[in-house]
Design a protein around this ligand. Structure first.
Ligand SMILES: [Zn+2]
Length: 440
């Protein structure tokens, strides 16, 4: 008999949903992890014979799934959660969010807000998030320190903000940040042109050129509202998606966030270019922005990822409940109950996000050779009974609060519901302090 293979960690679970292969649930299996990478997914009886593990974790009432990928957000805006609700996008931004940001956004606010957001995301099963906000250096450092995987899209707009005087400075600082994190295995730095309606053609073209040169992602708000589309038709004589295509901005590197008000030409442009869509159903619902026709996009072969958007327009960062909203909304929008079934919703929140972020070879499924970015969800409580189908419980019964363990690249960031890399009490204290400052 061959000598046992040494691994760092063996996780035994009642159920494992690997996402690849599709639509499968493995029972009483184990994941073996070495050097932060998945070595095997095998029956527990085989794992006991084959591996000698430094640590064994038994999760007898749990589902193991790939860590969730929150493909759109503004983490630091968690400190503005609940500051203004029940308003349409334009009024909400112009009269409330932008003035508050103008006064309060600085390095400390971004650092503290990003940590608050990461703590909430980890606790509800997210291992990787995309972020677009000012002072992205702070967000990148905070993520690296908390051992979370992140795509940091540095913001670019036509006008000055607390972070810079205009496009020239945004590009300079952003490219320096890209350079600083080139060797990081957790952080990807990409371009965050805010939206077509806050940017002129020249900086957008520059984004397209530089992103191709650096093979770096582009993350942009697109077709968030009907108004945005109408104004673009008036000013540019074309829809925003067409304008971006004409500027060379649509490619497999591009993540188009929101995509409500989608017509056939938009679908064709997205599908021909290989661009990705990031669906943010709760933010779109809350701001009454419109509906993203998710099933139509999937049927056209377009990759769709899932995001919460910032906590100021959601108002939580629980991607597990976002999956439920996405699945329910897809049925309402398409008029078909079979649209975005539970497995498809889970795939969108994991592999869909990984593909959009260009990380498909590293994360998004529990496959041998991929990073051990793993979430464990306990299904023993009353409201999860009885368990006929664990994927149904994950998607349709609000499982965010049932997350017990989270690993990123094989390292635990949540163990038995306790954060390992962030201090929960300290973060609550800091958040209260910011509320006092901001509401003065
Ligand atoms: Zn957003």
């Amino acid at each position: 008999m061959a000598a046992p293979e040494t691994v760092n960690l063996l996780i035994k679970a009642r159920w494992i949903v690997p996402v690849v292969p599709e639509n499968r649930v493995f029972e009483n299996c184990a994941l073996a992890i070495r050097g932060g990478v998945i070595q095997a997914l095998v029956p527990q009886s085989e794992a006991d014979k084959r591996f000698e593990a430094e640590q064994v974790i038994n999760l007898g009432n749990h589902v193991l799934m790939p860590g969730l990928v929150n493909a759109h957000g503004h983490a630091a805006m968690s400190l503005l959660r609940g500051i203004a609700d029940d308003l349409p996008l334009k009024e909400w931004l112009h009269d409330h969010i932008w003035p508050a940001e103008g006064q309060w956004v600085n390095e400390d606010m971004v650092r503290d807000g990003t940590e608050l957001a990461m703590a909430e995301m980890i606790r509800s099963g997210t291992t990787c998030f995309s972020d677009m906000y000012f002072f992205p250096e702070q967000a990148a450092q905070a993520a690296q320190q908390a051992h979370m995987r992140a795509q940091i899209a540095f913001p670019i707009l036509d006008f000055a903000t607390a972070w810079g005087s205009g496009p020239e400075e945004y590009f300079r600082k952003g490219l320096a940040l890209h350079d600083d994190f080139r060797a990081s295995n957790l952080i990807t730095v990409g371009f965050g042109p805010h939206s077509p309606y806050t940017m002129s053609d020249e900086p957008l073209k520059r984004v397209a050129t530089l992103a191709q040169e650096l093979d770096a992602p582009i993350h942009i708000h697109l077709h968030e509202t009907a108004k945005e589309v109408a104004e673009s038709l008036e000013q540019h004589g074309k829809r925003p998606t067409q304008r971006l295509a004409d500027l060379g901005l649509l490619s497999p590197l591009t993540q188009c966030v929101h995509m409500t008000q989608v017509d056939d030409t938009d679908v064709a442009l997205l599908s021909e270019s290989g661009a990705h869509v990031v669906h943010c159903p709760e933010s779109n619902l809350k701001l009454a922005s419109g509906f993203c026709p998710v099933q139509t996009l999937l049927d056209a072969g377009i990759n769709v990822a899932l995001g919460t958007d910032g906590a100021a327009s959601n108002n939580d960062l629980d991607l597990m409940s976002e999956m439920k909203t996405a699945a329910l909304l897809a049925k309402a929008v398409s008029g078909r109950a079979e649209a975005l079934d539970a497995h498809s919703a889970l795939r969108m929140a994991t592999l869909g996000g990984a593909r959009a972020l260009g990380l498909e070879d590293q994360i998004g499924s529990l496959e041998v050779g991929k990073a051990a970015d793993i979430t464990a969800v306990e299904l023993s409580e009353l409201a999860a009974q009885p368990v006929y189908n664990p994927v149904s419980q994950l998607v349709y019964t609000n499982s965010g609060h049932r997350v017990t363990h989270v690993w990123v690249a094989g390292r635990a960031v949540l163990l038995s519901r306790q954060l390992q890399t962030l201090n929960e009490r300290e973060l609550i204290g800091k958040s209260r302090w910011w509320r006092q400052q901001i509401s003065q």
